[in-house]
Structure formats: C-alpha cells, structure tokens
Design a protein around this ligand. Structure first.
Ligand SMILES: Nc1ncnc2c1ncn2[C@@H]1O[C@H](COP(=O)(O)OP(=O)(O)OP(=O)(O)O)[C@@H](O)[C@H]1O
Length: 272
C-alpha cells in the first residue's frame, strides 16, 4: 500500500516503434526472507516482443504483476513512458490497465457470464460511453481475431481448455491495449495449441502494433515469438539479447539454462 501523497494519473502518448516504453530500474522485492530481486534492471522497447525466461520461482510472474499494480516492489522504479508507476496508488492502476493488459496463466473467465459478456467486460469498465451496438461490434471483432467467431452466446463451461485460453485473450485485447503481458501462455498446452498461441502472439503484434512481454520456460515458444530474450537468474536479469545472441551466450546462467533444455532446442532445430 502506498502512502497518500498525490500521484498523477497515467498520461499515455502513442510511442514510436523502438523507443523505450518501460524501464525496470534497480528493482528490489522480497517476500519475508525470500529475496526475489536484489537489483533488477530491464528495458522494454515499443513494438517488440520481449520474452523473459528463467527457472521456476525466479520471479518472472512477479515482474508482470509489479507492472500492473498487483504487487509493489520494495525499492527501485518502474518507468512507463518516464512516469514512475511505483508512486501510483492501487486505484491509479485502473488507467494503466487500459493500456497494459495481462493474459493470465489460467483463462480466469467469469463462469457465470457468457463468452460475449466476458469479452465485453473490460470494454464496459473502461469505455462506459460506448453504445451496446459498438460493444457488440468490438466483441465480435475480437472473437473473430482469436478464431472463435459467433461464440458470444456460449458459456465458458462448454469450451475446451484451448478455447478458454483464446476467449481470455479476446478479453485481454478488447480495449486494444498497447502492451500485452503473457504469463506462461503455452504451459500445459498440446503442441498444436502451443503453435496456435505462438501464432496469436505474433499476429497481435501485426494487428495491434503492440508491445508484448512474454513470461515462459518453454524455449520453443520463446524462440518462436521473441525479438529479444531476457534471462532472470540469481535475483536479477543476467543477459538480454536477440534469440541468436542468447543461443551463442557465454553467460554461465544462460548456458546452464539452455543446456538443461537442449532436448527442446534440438527439436526446434529439426522442426525449423
Ligand atoms: N504473493 C506472494 N506472496 C509470497 N510469495 C510470493 C508471492 N508471489 C510470488 N511469491 C514467491 O516469489 C517467488 C517468485 O514467484 P514467481 O511466481 O514470479 O516465479 P516464476 O518465475 O513466475 O515461477 P514459475 O515459472 O514457477 O511460475 C516464488 O518463490 C514465489 O513463491
């Protein structure tokens, strides 16, 4: 919880591709005795897909949660177009979430609402001025984008896991966010659905021109979508680079992580 000094609400301007959009600076975070970050630095550029890799429990999801105000770091700054989000109160993050949408690990749908009502939910929250016709139009558009046209009247319980995931995505992108956060988007999915999710991440970039941060330990997925890959280990980012730079890395933590996943990587080389 923040102290009650006045904070500005987020001022957003459309970024130019390649400019610095988000910067995590000297971030520290602990849960009791468990130190997650000691001094974490990471920059995200507008229009890129940045994949954050790292072992289990290294703090990949915590990073995304700090960005949308579900958690606060203990020290350091999170700059969004130069505005320090760590000074924002919880209620100020409402404005941030219109521009930064998170696709959760589970689809986290409202089971008592239809598919259409689920996708309409953030639109009603963030754009109360929209007419019911415009909301229906946008819902239909987003469901078509995730290859689920005409499913507005279905209930979440009637959908397969992969379909639920896609409805979750349609809901996350309903407000046309500039930044999409993907938390383990391919975990637990079969290979075909995984390929579809990777294609979706790439197509959102083409369609929305958005910036994505993808948290995963699925290296196939990482290499399929990343412009750059950041490796989290030992409570900090140990290297950021293009997929090729990471493949050729001599940083011990990166090498160890890649070597442990050699099977996956070889599969990828055969497949490509
Ligand atoms: N709300 C919380 N309260 C206490 N500890 C937490 C909380 N959220 C995360 N942690 C701890 O912080 C550490 C980092 O968690 P995080 O979920 O970011 O890991 P991760 O890298 O995403 O792991 P995984 O790949 O297994 O999902 C873990 O040790 C986790 O138990």
């Amino acid at each position: 919880m923040r102290s009650h000094e006045p904070t500005p609400t987020l001022e957003f301007r459309r970024p130019t591709t390649g400019e610095e959009l988000i910067r995590f600076e000297h971030l520290k975070k602990a849960f009791g005795p468990k130190r997650v970050y000691d001094d974490l630095d990471l920059t995200v550029r507008a229009g890129e897909t940045l994949v954050v890799i790292g072992g289990s429990g290294t703090g990949k999801s915590v990073l995304l949660k700090c960005l949308i105000g579900l958690l606060y770091p203990d020290a350091g700054r999170i700059l969004f177009q130069g505005q320090d989000l760590t000074r924002f109160h919880e209620e100020d993050f409402f404005a941030v979430r219109r521009h930064v949408a998170m696709v959760f690990q589970g689809a986290a749908l409202f089971d008592s609402l239809t598919v259409g009502e689920n996708v309409a939910y953030p639109l009603r929250e963030h754009f109360p001025e929209l007419s019911p016709q415009e909301i229906s139009r946008r819902v239909a558009e987003k469901l078509a984008w995730v290859n689920l046209p005409g499913t507005e009247g279905m209930m979440p319980a009637d959908l397969s896991g992969g379909m639920r995931k896609r409805v979750g995505l349609a809901r996350a992108i309903a407000t046309d966010p500039e930044v999409i956060l993907w938390d383990e988007p391919t975990t637990g999915l079969d290979p075909i659905t995984t390929t579809n999710v990777n294609a979706m991440i790439n197509s959102m970039k083409q369609r929305l021109g958005c910036t994505s941060i993808v948290v995963t330990h699925d290296m196939l997925s990482a290499f399929a979508v990343a412009d750059r890959i950041a490796m989290l280990a030992n409570r900090r980012i140990v290297q950021v680079g293009t997929p090729d730079e990471m493949r050729r890395s001599t940083v011990p933590e990166v090498r160890a992580f890649m070597d442990a996943r050699r099977g996956e990587m070889e599969g990828m080389e055969v497949a490509s």
